[in-house]
Design a protein around this ligand. Structure first.
Ligand SMILES: Nc1ncnc2c1ncn2[C@@H]1O[C@H](COP(=O)(O)OP(=O)(O)O)[C@@H](O)[C@H]1O
Ligand SMILES: O=C(CO)[C@@H](O)[C@H](O)[C@H](O)[C@H](O)COP(=O)(O)O
Length: 511
């Protein structure tokens, strides 16, 4: 199947409630208790899949049921990871790293919050997460398993920090010193292979401590299935660079000839393949549960909601992606266009998505909130982050227009890495919190517009935008700006989309 099937959503969880949600299904699908009763009475046995999404700011889990009547989200939970750590290597001042222990801690917290009787009925596990990044570990020592009241849980052991997609240690001159990849995708800082090249050149001893590598979602799958050699889907392999999507293989010759530590490259699998089975009861989930090869988060967000080839999907989490399907049968060119703001990434069943992947999404607002929190602390006051979000959104809702213009590219963009943020049109009358927040939200969407404008969407046959991701679903001002800038109908989803999508992939591809 080329496209995903939209899921009916659990009605019990508000956008602001970032805790566990367990509740009745919407629409025609059965409620959990009814589903349980049906099963007890010998009725149809629905398939349950657990989706895990390891995002840049938070981990999300969703328990998804499939019956003849459709797909329903039974339970979901989100936990912020607060995993950012200092990059220790010399020369990595621009580095962005995350502590894997904190990420797995958030995952464990999410799973503890889900009802045990439900976890005991999980048939499949799907995993997605932040793409491009790399984590290293020692085979057979990547984690330790610990007994708990619901079977066992794993905790990271001989594991490096996660060097994320936001990492900036590979300068333009470093990247241009690397061999030209044989791929339709441009190489950028934060891409796994570029990061590994950087370590080979700047800190080879660091690499000697490890013999396995993958994205954070590949690590979780490798631990969950006790894999001796990590497995990676073509979605995540493409995001590392030096991967040829047509041939579905790494640029082995180029990498070997340039002294790249080739043994660190995972084996590559199709995005809907099985990676393995759980070796023990995990958080109450039965031993032997099938786990899919890890997927990209943006593909899974798309899978959770796109039903028509005329849909585009806008996801705003830490970053922002606007995506539309490429025509069936599309094959990527041999070489990339270095200046293009749109890239084509593998989806499912040999199909591709065109994506404007902006490095400036919710992280721009998070940086603004951090700045406000620091300023208020310096002024001797303390305001909670969540209060700042609520107040600034309220203030901007009351401020429909502003002359203040903010170009929000604090984190650069891959097609123009040197670009910084800027503010123009500063009038004395436009300095309130409402003006600034309105201008920030407008700027984020305007920046996406400059990467993939509505005319291009329309020319490709797009009729509506499906909008998801928690930075968007929790922010009415961003929603207004999407509707204003993109003159297409916009439909909203919830904020655990990639987790739902990764569960749906397991259900749909195993029929
Ligand atoms: N209380 C809040 N209200 C509205 N938006 C928020 C709030 N807290 C965080 N955010 C936004 O959500 C973003 C993170 O979204 P999330 O879905 O957790 O990201 P990811 O999928 O990358 O892990 C932040 O960058 C910030 O813009
Ligand atoms: O950069 C791309 C694709 O090239 C992103 O879309 C990709 O999905 C990355 O995983 C994200 O940047 C991280 O996702 P998120 O945590 O911001 O939701």
């Amino acid at each position: 199947m080329a496209l995903g099937q939209a899921a009916a959503r659990s009605g019990s969880r508000g956008d602001s409630g970032r805790g566990a949600g367990s509740g009745s299904a919407l629409g025609k699908a059965a409620s959990p208790s009814l589903a349980g009763a049906m099963q007890a009475a010998g009725g149809p046995n629905p398939c349950w899949a657990l989706g895990l999404d390891l995002g840049t700011s938070s981990v999300k889990v969703a328990l998804v049921e499939e019956t003849e009547r459709g797909v329903t989200v039974l339970d979901s939970c989100t936990r912020e990871t607060r995993a950012e750590s200092r990059a220790e290597s010399r020369g990595a001042e621009q580095g962005k790293e995350q502590d894997v222990r904190r990420i797995i801690g958030a995952l464990n917290d999410c799973l503890r919050a889900l009802p045990q009787p439900h976890l005991q009925r999980v048939n499949y596990i799907g995993v997605s997460g932040q793409m491009h990044g790399v984590v290293f570990w020692k085979t057979n020592q990547g984690c330790k398993w610990i007994e708990n009241e619901a079977g066992q849980i794993f905790e990271p052991e001989e594991v490096s920090p996660l060097i994320t997609w936001q990492d900036g240690r590979c300068s333009q001159s470093f990247l241009s010193s690397l061999p030209q990849p044989q791929s339709h995708l441009n190489l950028a800082t934060g891409f796994g292979c570029a990061t590994i090249y950087w370590y080979s050149e700047n800190s080879p001893d660091f690499l000697k401590s490890y013999d396995a590598a993958g994205t954070i979602q590949d690590y979780v799958v490798a631990m969950l299935c006790d894999l001796k050699r990590p497995l990676m889907s073509s979605q995540n392999a493409a995001s590392w660079g030096y991967f040829n999507c047509r041939r579905k293989s790494w640029n082995a010759d180029i990498l070997r000839e340039s002294g790249f530590p080739h043994h660190l490259l995972p084996e590559v699998a199709e995005p809907s393949e099985t990676a393995g089975r759980t070796p023990c009861v995990w958080h109450g989930i039965p031993k032997g549960t099938e786990v899919g090869v890890a997927l990209g988060d943006f593909q899974c967000s798309v899978y959770s909601c796109m039903t028509e080839r005329t849909d585009a999907v806008l996801n705003i989490g830490t970053s922002a992606q606007l995506t539309m399907p490429m025509p069936l049968g599309f094959q990527p060119p041999e070489t990339p266009d270095p200046l293009s703001a749109v890239a084509c990434f593998p989806y499912f069943s040999g199909n591709y998505l065109a994506v404007a992947a902006s490095l400036n999404g919710g992280n721009v607002l998070a940086t603004f909130v951090d700045m406000l929190a620091q300023w208020t602390a310096e002024l001797g006051l303390e305001v909670q982050e969540s209060t700042l979000y609520t107040r600034m959104i309220q203030a901007a809702l009351a401020q429909k227009n502003t002359r203040l213009a903010i170009c929000p590219t604090l984190f650069g963009e891959r097609h123009m890495p040197e670009q910084l943020a800027s503010v123009t049109g500063i009038a004395v009358s436009d300095l309130s919190l409402g003006h600034v927040t309105r201008a920030l939200c407008h700027g984020i969407i305007q920046n996406l517009h400059s990467m993939l404008p509505p005319e291009h969407l329309k020319a490709a046959g797009v009729k509506q935008i499906l909008a998801c991701g928690s930075a968007l679903t929790r922010n009415e001002v961003l929603k207004q700006e999407v509707e204003r800038v993109y003159t297409l109908p916009v439909l909203y989803g919830k904020d655990v989309d990639a987790a739902v999508g990764s569960a749906m992939v397991m259900l749909r591809h195993r029929k």
